[in-house]
Design a protein around this ligand. Structure first.
Ligand SMILES: [Cu+2]
Length: 195
């Protein structure tokens, strides 16, 4: 209907305006990488209730999320961080370039985890919980124990942890957790605290 279309347009305009503000007037490649990050953040928000077991598990939605992560990570991410592109309005720390290897590693890890989640979407939220809504409590528990078993003794981004074959056997919920941790790990090290 006309009314809802108008409302939708107004809402879109408001969102665009607030995003432009949040980007601090960034243009070009800096805006491009911010847009990519924001796209991933939106995808995280969309899929979070599914990954927390608050709504029924949805493999299609998990794959859509994974696709967004893959599209904005790896080389697609690092190529948007050319040397000299720091400084206002960017929130990227100088460490991005002084520790390029570490930064690149996390971007690549994210891509691998996204690919793994795409493949593992049919594994369900947790192996025990299956894909039913009833498994949500169990799913949470399994995710936690899976986490400590997998990540327990390892450093924050261990090369051995990025074995794609091993990753695709993990429950989707555990991979989602790993993805979120990779976002945070990179932001902690390479992104200045916002606002
Ligand atoms: Cu921004």
């Amino acid at each position: 209907m006309m009314k809802s279309t108008k409302f939708g347009l107004a809402l879109a305009a408001t969102l665009t305006a607030s995003l432009a503000l949040a980007h601090g007037g960034a243009t070009g490649i800096v805006k491009e990488r911010m847009d990519g990050m924001v796209a991933m953040q939106k995808a995280v928000k969309t899929v979070t209730p599914i990954m927390r077991g608050q709504v029924d598990y949805d493999a299609e939605a998990a794959r859509a999320f994974a696709t967004s992560v893959v599209a904005h990570s790896g080389e697609a991410m690092t190529e948007l961080f050319p040397e000299g592109s720091g400084g206002k309005p960017s929130e990227a720390k100088d460490q991005v370039w002084s520790d390029w290897e570490g930064f690149e590693k996390l971007a690549m890890d994210l891509e691998i985890l996204g690919q793994a989640l795409f493949e593992a979407a049919d594994n369900g939220l947790s192996h025990q919980g299956g894909s039913g809504g009833n498994g949500s409590m169990m799913g949470g528990g399994t995710m936690m124990s899976g986490q400590s078993a997998m990540g327990g003794m390892m450093g924050q981004s261990d090369m051995n942890m990025m074995d794609l074959e091993m990753l695709v056997s993990m429950p989707a919920g555990a991979l989602f957790t790993r993805i979120s941790q990779t976002c945070s790990a990179c932001h902690t090290k390479y992104r200045a605290e916002s606002n």
